[in-house]
Design a protein around this ligand. Structure first.
Ligand SMILES: Nc1ncnc2c1ncn2[C@@H]1O[C@H](COP(=O)(O)OP(=O)(O)O)[C@@H](O)[C@H]1O
Ligand SMILES: [Mg+2]
Length: 221
């Protein structure tokens, strides 16, 4: 396995304990490696374990078997506080639902992620404004989620995921709620910004539009 990969999952397996006493096996002996600057898509039918894999690789859920290395740091043997710090500083997440806070405008929603990561307000605000403008949201910085369309909300969520210049962006069906035009905009914006900064993207999806922009596609199951 290539040691230069920014993120590596080795021998990953997941077995969920069922209330009835048995277990549901979702992933088995899976190796995944993402190189710097690479856009990797993971595809598979619904229930194949795509979201589970993204949560494991993103430091959100420990696997039953195997380990996850960011550079050479084992995500699940470090202390929980260290893992949380890696997540907030080095990772960005985009989900199918945008999960923006309803009481805040677009800019404040984006800046929340920089505040959690302990970044200074002035520099973060400049970058947040640049990202929002670049994603076609100039003049909408103070608009709340209810005052924005679904595609616009997803572009705000994208700016939030990118505000801290993450080395890895994890996207779980990011275009699932979007029409063709909005989906293409979100994908182009995501891949362009991440590529510029030398970061990597892992997208899980069953959307063929997404697999078209990926450097590599890993089929699951
Ligand atoms: N916390 C959990 N407890 C039990 N089963 C789960 C849990 N999370 C996911 N599953 C099950 O694991 C399987 C894979 O889920 P998921 O990773 O969400 O698939 P996908 O994203 O590919 O649709 C599904 O059958 C799902 O019901
Ligand atoms: Mg899923």
């Amino acid at each position: 396995m290539a040691s230069e990969g920014i993120l590596r999952g080795e021998g990953l397996g997941m077995a969920f304990k069922l209330p009835t006493g048995g277990e549901l096996r979702v992933l088995q002996d899976l190796d995944v490696c993402v190189s710097p600057g690479e856009v990797v898509a993971i595809t598979g039918r619904s229930g194949a374990g795509k979201s589970t894999l993204l949560h494991i690789l993103g430091g959100l859920q420990a696997p039953s078997e195997g380990r996850v290395l960011l550079q050479d740091e084992d995500l699940y043997s470090v202390a929980q506080a260290r893992r949380a710090r890696i997540r907030s500083r080095s990772f960005g997440f985009v989900f199918q639902a945008h999960h923006l806070l309803p009481g805040f405008g677009a800019l404040e929603n984006v800046l929340l992620a920089s505040r959690i990561a302990g970044q200074g307000r002035t520099e973060s605000e400049e970058r947040a404004r640049e990202l929002l403008d670049r994603f076609g949201l100039s003049g909408r910085h103070d608009h709340r989620p209810t005052e924005l369309s679904g595609g616009e909300c997803q572009r705000v969520a994208l700016a939030r995921a990118l505000i801290n210049r993450p080395s890895m962006v994890f996207a779980d069906e990011p275009t699932g709620n979007l029409d063709l035009q909005n989906a293409e905009q979100v994908l182009d914006s995501l891949t362009a910004v991440v590529r510029e900064s030398g970061g990597s993207v892992l997208i899980v999806t069953h959307d063929p539009r997404v697999t078209g922009v990926a450097d590599r596609v890993i089929p699951l199951g």
